[in-house]
Design a protein around this ligand. Structure first.
Ligand SMILES: *Cc1c(COP(=O)(O)O)cnc(C)c1O
Length: 419
């Protein structure tokens, strides 16, 4: 596998911005956007970026300049995308919770996928005789672990497939026009699962004559470590395109396709640069530990899912070093703050081989572009939010988020007086 963060760039980042620090690679972001824009489609394609994967304004602005639209998971994400410069018309909301200012956001141009019967009812009351999308749970569940599964009977996302009649009843009551069917089951890299997901989605489209758009969500798996596999969009997309063409032959309906990956765009376009700040050993029957100045405050995925990230130690000197098996831990007072769990088992320790570590060495956690900065245990132990830096295509390093002022961690607190 090929990772962008070279030793030379790592030392430059440490010297300019200190560690821990997120680093993103503009070149990889551009290439990934290009690859999703080439997703096979029969009757037109809209590419959305699921911004929860990494919501920094500069990343949003780069994707805006490349013609991407946005999938937002909350009203606050919608406002964040608008604040970054996105037109509201390019934003689609699929949320577990409707925002309090739904009316205002829709009036600005945002589109909505109602993700429950209650949401559909609320939307109908606010905007009778208007257009709406429906997110369905088509009954198919995939995902690496139970915690990343977003479809099937164990998942709460979307209108359950067996309640189409109830949904139609609400649609008719408010004179709504269902223009889009949306499913997102996290299908991974297996083309067969993608085709099954599309077939189930087309079964739902068949029941709504007004639908012109089919959104099949994101969930394209990306290899973050040797041995995992990255989704080939041409391979998963071609049979899906065939299915949409067959649907046209059958019904005469040309469906516009929408895809909205998050992970695929950013996972390997980002890394966390940390420093080795301490070492310890629990003896011959125990483990050798590398302690970083980072951890679940920057990347909670290993602790939460047992995710595997490619990691690399960069020695701070040129002396010969042997190799050793280590458990890598973060700086939080939390025994779960571990970067080397067993695959899909966050509770088990799984030592990895690194050059013999010294305090002051640099340490790279690759594959940290998605669901890290946006989904960390930030401010735990009152550690301030780490800065974000973009490696530009011309080799410059641009700061895209400052390190948090430590006092802002508790700035919203109100100090009561006690006698
Ligand atoms: C999170 C999410 C995505 C993106 O999922 P990835 O696994 O990051 O590709 C797409 N659509 C919806 C509705 C989501 O909630």
């Amino acid at each position: 596998m090929n990772f962008f963060l070279t030793n030379d760039i790592a030392f430059r980042i440490r010297d300019t911005f200190r560690t821990p620090c997120y680093v993103y690679d503009e070149k990889t972001l551009r290439e990934n956007a290009q690859s999703v824009k080439g997703f096979p489609s029969a009757f037109g394609l809209t590419v959305r970026y699921a911004m929860k994967a990494s919501p920094n304004a500069s990343i949003l602005r780069l994707f805006d300049s490349l013609g991407l639209h946005i999938d937002a998971s909350s009203g606050y994400e919608v406002e964040r995308a608008i604040a970054s410069g996105f037109d509201a018309e390019k934003i689609s909301l699929s949320s577990q919770e409707l925002p309090a200012n739904l009316k205002e956001l829709v009036e600005k141009g945002m589109s909505v996928n109602a993700c429950s019967l209650h949401q559909l009812e609320s939307y109908g009351k606010l905007f009778p005789n208007s257009s709406v999308g429906l997110r369905f749970n088509p009954g198919l569940g995939t995902g690496g672990t139970k915690r990343t599964n977003v479809g099937g009977p164990a998942s709460s996302f979307g209108i359950w497939k067996d309640t189409v009649t109830e949904a139609k009843e609400i649609v008719n009551r408010y004179g709504l026009n269902v223009f889009r069917i949306h499913t997102h089951v996290g299908s991974g890299s297996d083309p067969e699962i993608w085709v099954r997901a599309v077939m189930l989605s087309l079964d739902i489209v068949r029941q709504f004559d007004s639908v012109t758009h089919l959104n099949i969500g994101g969930g394209h798996k990306v290899a973050r470590i040797q041995g995992e596999s990255t989704t080939d969009l041409q391979i998963v997309g071609t049979p899906m395109k065939d299915a949409v063409e067959a649907f046209f032959e059958e019904t005469g309906r040309e469906l516009h396709l929408e895809v909205e990956p998050g992970t695929y765009f950013v996972a390997n376009a980002g890394a966390v640069l940390a420093s080795v700040q301490d070492l310890t050993s629990t003896g011959d029957d125990g483990y050798d530990f590398i302690k970083l100045d980072s951890g679940m405050t920057e990347n909670v995925r290993p602790s939460m899912y047992g995710s595997q990230h490619d990691m690399r130690l960069i020695p701070s000197d040129d002396l010969e070093r042997g190799e050793k098996m280590y458990i890598v831990v973060g700086h939080c007072c939390e025994s779960g703050d571990i970067l080397t769990p067993a695959p899909a088992d966050p509770e088990a320790l799984f030592p990895r081989k690194f050059p013999e570590a010294k305090i002051g060495d640099l340490f790279v956690i690759n594959g940290s572009g998605a669901y890290c900065s946006g989904m960390s245990a930030k401010n735990y132990n009152s550690f301030p939010e780490a800065p974000e830096v973009l490696l530009r295509t011309d080799g410059n390093l641009d700061l895209i988020r400052r390190r948090q002022d430590p006092a802002s961690v508790y700035a919203n607190e109100i100090k009561l007086d006690f006698q």
